[in-house]
Design a binder for this molecule. Structure first.
Ligand code: 4UV
Length: 529
């Protein structure tokens, strides 16, 4: 019974460096190598260009009156320019909040309001949604757009600057100042702003560089298919690629042929996946038409990868293994990763350097030992500062410095970890977060419904599908379809309810908490029949 540490020695994590300085430390050496490419068009930026553009962008924002600690929202699919505004803002001590570009106007407005953002940037296709959200938020001063759209200021206007207003005197405190503010529902409730400091992100990058996620600037190429608004794409693809001089190819959406063609043509060496991408690579006939000989490894994270699927993909692509990582937005994100070449099916690997882990009994909180299932807790420099304006949720999640992941798992005799279940209410649809509390609140706003509970139903393709149990009011004649449509009209498509079941009562504990596990168990048993 003990705390499990990484088998690797601790790495040094600079305490006094701001994220942009850390990121660009070796950019001069990478020089005219391509840093970022837009997959569909080939539009590219070199490391030297990026270094200048970060400054230019930061300078232009400063002239507009954007100051240290102000918040800038990015509501965009993956584009090279995403990185320019992202690091431009962070470089002048601002905070970036990243928003899922599929969000509806209300979802976007909610995050803008909550995060206190003063600007938002988007693409022409989503400009109307951004403008409508702006009207609902008093603080938003302007909507920027990559390209052009009526009523929005073009992003290019931020690049017509000489960089001279880039603030020389801004004092970034890396341990305190929040660089990014992605949203996560954590173990319970609605999405919350996750305050990740400059130090948190630098720590995770340092850890990744040591724990066999190191890259060679001369040969390595990454592909950013996973969204950059999510912590996985943002830190474990974009930032880890750039800081080590690897080229990052950006894909704004999943188009099968383009994805495969980009892997082939750009000689991608590492493909970071979520299970549906692994499924595609394992099963789709198109994959055989492309040359994957440059791909050195596949990494999976964000949701559990079944053993059969892992086996299927390595057999087809003739890799020795697919490595699993485990991460959370609240941990910047990576806490575990399987060692290179290690074949432990189903394992998320060992803790990262400087990271301690323990498994505790769900009821008693007692420390458990090897092979015993309990809640995984992690402690390390990558753990967030806390949730924005929510000390209560922070205190419920970080206790004595330990981040309670809300995941259930165990470790084996070699210190490798296995995630077996999720204690927290969060549903993961294709790796995306679907917070049940958000859907339940919407269902309760329906005039015909008096109670609701939402759980994830296991699904081979998506991982889980959101299902609602609902109690109708009196003699209401509302149908399952009407309930589904009601929710679908208000949320991003991946959050849609896929099933609705009417019931007389929602199972609850004496204190009124929904007993989700009772409902989940019911679903699992039904599927077994
Ligand atoms: O907060 P979040 O949406 O964050 C993530 C981050 C995943 C990453 C990121 C970078 C990596 O290199 C990597 O390997 C993984 O998903 O959701 C956190 C929750 O997702 C589930 C688990 O419930 C977390 O609390 N989850 C994440 N990774 C795994 C997982 C996994 N490998 N197996 C099972 N569940």
């Amino acid at each position: 019974m003990s705390i499990v540490k990484s088998p690797l020695p601790d790495v040094a994590i600079p305490e006094d460096v701001a994220l942009l300085d850390y990121l660009t430390a070796d950019f001069d050496a990478y020089g005219d190598k391509v840093a970022l490419t837009d997959g569909p068009t080939g539009r590219s930026y070199t490391f030297s260009q990026l270094k200048v553009l970060f400054r230019v962008c930061g300078s232009a924002l400063t002239r507009l009156g954007f100051k240290q600690h102000d918040v800038f929202a990015i509501y965009s699919p993956n584009l090279p320019e995403f990185a320019i505004i992202f690091f431009g803002v962070i470089g002048i001590g601002g905070t970036v909040t990243t928003v899922n570009p599929l969000y509806t106007v209300d979802e976007l407005a909610h995050q803008l309001q909550q995060s206190g953002a003063s600007y938002v940037i988007t693409i022409p296709m989503f400009a109307d949604k951004a403008k409508q959200a702006m009207v609902k938020c008093q603080k938003i001063e302007d909507v920027y757009v990559f390209g052009e759209a009526e009523g929005c200021t073009p992003f290019s206007s931020l690049l017509r600057d000489d960089g001279s207003a880039f603030p020389a005197d801004v004092q970034i405190n890396p341990r305190e100042d929040v660089a990014v503010l992605p949203y996560s529902s954590g173990t319970t409730g609605l999405p919350k702003g996750v305050m990740l400091t400059h130090f948190n992100i630098i720590a995770n990058l340092q850890q990744m560089r040591q724990k066999s996620l190191s890259l060679d600037p001369n040969t390595d190429v990454l592909i950013a298919l996973l969204p950059l608004f999510h912590i996985y794409g943002m830190v474990a693809i974009l930032a880890i690629g750039l800081v080590q001089g690897a080229k990052v190819v950006c894909l704004p959406k999943f188009e099968q042929e383009l994805f495969l063609k980009c892997i082939q043509d750009h000689k991608v060496t590492r493909v970071s996946c979520v299970p549906p991408v692994v499924l595609f690579l394992a099963k789709h006939p198109l994959v055989d038409k492309y040359d994957f000989s440059h791909v050195k490894e596949l990494v999976n994270g964000a949701a559990p990868l079944g053993r059969e699927l892992a086996q299927a993909v390595v057999t087809r692509l003739k890799y020795p293994t697919i490595r699993q990582g485990f991460g959370m937005t609240e941990a910047s994100p990576v806490t575990h990763i399987a060692m290179e070449g290690e074949d432990l099916p189903g394992s998320v690997g060992q803790p990262m350097p400087n990271t301690e882990c323990k498994i505790v009994d769900i009821q008693s909180g007692k420390l458990l030992g090897e092979g015993e299932d309990g809640e995984l807790c992690v402690r390390g420099p990558q753990v967030m500062k806390g949730y924005l304006n929510n000390p209560e949720a922070t205190a419920n999640t970080i206790k004595d410095g330990w981040l309670h992941t809300g995941d259930i798992g165990h470790y084996d005799g070699t210190g490798n970890f296995y995630i077996v279940d999720r204690l927290k209410e969060l549903i993961k649809y294709k790796g995306y977060q679907v917070p049940p509390a958000e859907l339940e609140a919407l269902l309760l706003s329906h005039p015909d419904l008096q109670d609701a509970a939402v759980v994830g139903v296991p699904d081979p393709e998506a991982g889980e599908l959101p299902k609602a149990y609902v109690v109708k009011k009196g003699d209401s004649r509302v149908t399952e379809e009407q309930v589904m449509d009601y929710v679908a009209g208000k949320v991003a498509p991946y959050k849609k309810l896929r099933f609705v079941e009417f019931t007389d009562q929602i199972p609850k504990s004496a204190s009124g908490k929904i007993l989700r596990r009772v409902l989940k168990q019911k679903e699992v048993e039904r599927q077994k029949k």
